[in-house]
Design a protein around this ligand. Structure first.
Ligand code: ADP
Ligand code: MG
Length: 696
């Protein structure tokens, strides 16, 4: 299994091994990410041209390609060079003309002899009320009509690459495509009326009817399923290896947790109770927990995390919580500390700021087991950080945490239960594709008493009105965030625009009222700025997107987002989630530059219409496609060639459960079907999976 099965060699050879594919074509194909014959196989036509012969062009509407038999009546040479050469023809019902720009008379008279019949095929259109066909693609004698294909596949191209070259290359690849043993569950295949791989591939490349181009057509669906299935096998393998690693039972008395719950000024939501139960059951189970906690902003994930950490401590062990940024780690620390004290648990924070003897002292306490809960940034996963008995790791707000990273934690000796928290709602289909190796808990209920946030779209040219409103608001003790635009992909530019806005707002609202926080600030300054906002010393906090994740300042009730059209939907939703946390009516002002694009407008409107993160995520997925939604490179979501998580969403749960079942029944993939699945993994370049099988 460490080497690619021989049956696949031809498909993974160079494109130059294909008959009739030359260096120029190879270069063009490469810019379409087509490097091997197998890439050609999975590059399906995105449309097709119907060239089936019809009796007449009479009933044709608008433009399109048509094929019809005609009688050639008359050649009309142009009076001027700039005019086209015309050939008048008639089909069984109407007259029309064939049009040639800069047509060569001798040539045309040979191909279209007057008084004879020809079958012509090409694009027809109305010009000056007359039907015409410009430069027919085909002109053949009636008894040679089979030279014209019924349907012609149209492939995605790149400059310089012709349909013909692409079509020939695909055909050459198809001609060497082997037949594989079947990896799909036989029952599923029958139920879905799927074809064998080889036949499905042929059919997908040579549609006979337009409906065969639809993603739901069985041939395409089967090929899409193969891709999803291969990826889900990888995830299922990762899941299996993960769970097998040092799982143990962690059960707590509940004493510390009750202390905290009893001290809360509110009641837990139903969703919180449910997810806590799911987590504690997982932890008590001797199989290692690998769970994703998904919840919209403000759904109360932090508390659920704290309860989970307390289980670890109640069981005599330790828990660690990792946040993606320093700001967030500090905030978690501040929120969790009082709870930890209530429960009688020592909580420490560890970030890259801890150096020298202070760091050593903390590490010593940790190793001795005196620290029950450690909160921090990536620093908590450094080599020299040793726990006495780590039982749970919580990773917060890490939607950038792919399967690979999850597996790597295991390698670092983090073989404890894992809880990943994300505030980015992900549509179910996408969650399956990205987090298919995890179990999922969803906090789908917000704490009661939350006021909805009023969202308004305001043109940038009315910025002064907004500033005036802010002046009134802060004089009434309200607080506001002012988020500055993402100018380019450049932090420097972001920064200069933020600093400029900062100066402007200081002038307008008074120096003592406005603060700024951004990514490049020294940590201490960042803390100081956050602190003066948190304690209400300043009314307006100008920020770049560093405040995006997780910051909790209940008194802040206004969120201004400048050039909102430049932000992604999910990001806007996150930012808006920073307000509406306290008792005041909150508002979110989306400032946009005029001449909003269609997409920009649609995004901002979606945001105005709903506060439901899952709905927003669905809109986002629809508008942007899955790749963009979480950033393919970081998400562990593969680039599918045929499958589309949106259009093939119903296949995802099937692929997931079938992959898990396959491995459950045959974990080393040695049965007939298991062996076939290995070929699939190689075919789909799931190297990760292949490695996982190899480590045994
Ligand atoms: P998230 O991390 O999911 O965005 P947080 O955990 O930061 O949400 O919670 C947001 C706010 O809601 C916090 O101030 C928290 O104290 C509060 N909160 C959490 N659970 C509840 C609840 N059941 N009832 C009322 N308020 C709650
Ligand atoms: Mg949070």
């Amino acid at each position: 299994m460490t080497t690619r099965p021989e049956i696949l060699y031809p498909l993974f050879a160079g494109l130059d091994t294909l008959k009739g594919v030359g260096p120029k074509t190879i270069k063009h194909l490469s810019s379409l990410n087509i490097e091997k014959p197998k890439d050609l196989l999975f590059t399906l036509p995105n449309s097709a041209v119907d060239r089936r012969k019809r009796k007449t062009l009479r009933d044709i509407e608008g433009k399109g390609v048509a094929t019809v038999e005609v009688l050639i009546r008359k050649h009309v040479r142009p009076a001027k060079k700039s005019l086209p050469y015309r050939i008048e023809v008639e089909d069984s019902q109407i007259d029309f003309v064939l049009v040639f720009f800069r047509g060569d008379r001798e040539y045309l008279e040979r191909i279209y002899p007057v008084g004879e019949r020809r079958v012509v095929s090409g694009k027809v259109e109305f010009y000056d009320g007359l039907m015409q066909m410009v430069h027919p693609d085909y002109a053949v004698k009636p008894d040679e009509v089979e030279k014209i294909p019924d349907m012609e596949s149209i492939y995605p191209l790149t400059t310089g690459l012709t349909q013909r070259a692409m079509g020939n290359s695909v055909e050459a690849a198809l001609s060497i495509a082997p037949e594989f043993p079947e990896w799909i569950d036989p029952g599923l295949k029958v139920r879905e009326k799927w074809l064998d791989w080889h036949l499905a591939l042929k059919s997908a490349h040579a549609p006979m009817e337009m409906r065969q181009l639809s993603p739901e057509h069985p041939a395409r669906e089967r090929l899409a399923y193969d891709e999803l299935f291969a990826h889900q096998i990888t995830l299922a393998l990762a899941r299996m290896k993960f769970k097998r690693g040092n799982g143990r039972s962690t059960a707590g008395s509940g004493v510390k947790r009750s202390k905290v719950v009893n001290s809360l000024p509110f009641k837990l939501t139903g969703a919180q109770i449910r997810t806590m139960r799911e987590i504690s059951a997982d932890m008590e189970n001797s199989i290692r927990m690998n769970r994703l906690l998904q919840g919209d902003v403000g759904s109360g994930k932090t508390l659920v995390a704290m309860m989970s950490l307390l289980i670890a401590v109640e069981a005599g062990g330790q828990g660690v919580m990792m946040a993606p940024t320093e700001v967030l780690a500090r905030q978690h620390c501040e929120v969790l500390k009082p709870m930890a004290e209530m429960a009688g648990v020592k909580l420490e924070i560890l970030t890259s700021r801890d150096k020298g003897s202070r760091r050593k002292a903390k590490l010593r306490l940790l190793e001795a087991g005196h620290v029950g809960i450690l909160v921090g940034t990536h620093a908590v996963f450094q080599k020299d950080v040793v726990f006495s008995d780590l039982r749970l790791a919580v990773v917060d707000e890490q939607h950038r945490f792919g399967v690979r990273q999850r597996l790597e934690l295991g390698k670092k000796g983090m073989v404890c239960d894992m809880l990943i928290m994300t505030a980015t709602p992900i549509p179910r289909s996408l969650a399956l594709a990205t987090y298919g190796d995890m179990d999922v808990s969803i906090l789908d209920e917000k704490p009661p008493g939350r006021k909805s946030v009023k969202t308004a779209l305001i043109n940038m040219n009315r910025i002064n009105d907004v500033v005036n409103r802010l002046r009134v608001a802060i004089s009434n003790g309200q607080q506001a965030y002012w988020v500055c635009p993402l100018v380019e992909e450049s932090e420097v530019l972001d920064l200069s625009s933020a600093e400029e806005r900062f100066r402007h707002l200081r002038e307008a609202l008074g120096h003592q009222n406005v603060g700024i926080v951004h990514g490049q600030m020294p940590a201490e300054e960042k803390d100081a700025a956050m602190a003066s906002f948190q304690t209400g010393k300043i009314g307006v906090l100008v920020a770049t997107t560093v405040i995006e994740v997780g910051v909790d300042v209940p008194n802040a009730s206004i969120m201004v987002i400048e050039r909102a059209e430049n932000f992604g939907l999910a990001q806007l939703h996150q930012l808006r989630g920073r307000v509406g946390r306290g008792t005041a009516q909150s508002s979110c002002i989306l400032l946009y530059q005029s001449q909003l694009s269609q997409g920009g407008l649609k995004r901002l409107q979606a945001l105005r219409e709903t506060e439901d993160g899952f709905k927003i995520a669905e809109v986002d997925l629809e508008m942007r496609g899955a790749g963009d939604l979480i950033g393919i490179a970081q998400s562990g979501l593969p680039k599918y060639r045929v499958a589309d998580v949106e259009k093939h969403r119903k296949l995802l749960p099937i692929a997931q459960s079938d992959a898990r079942k396959l491995l459950h029944d045959d974990e080393d993939l040695v049965s007939e079907r298991g062996k076939a699945a290995r070929i699939l993994l190689w075919l789909m370049e799931q190297e990760q999976a292949i490695r996982l099988i190899n480590v045994g």
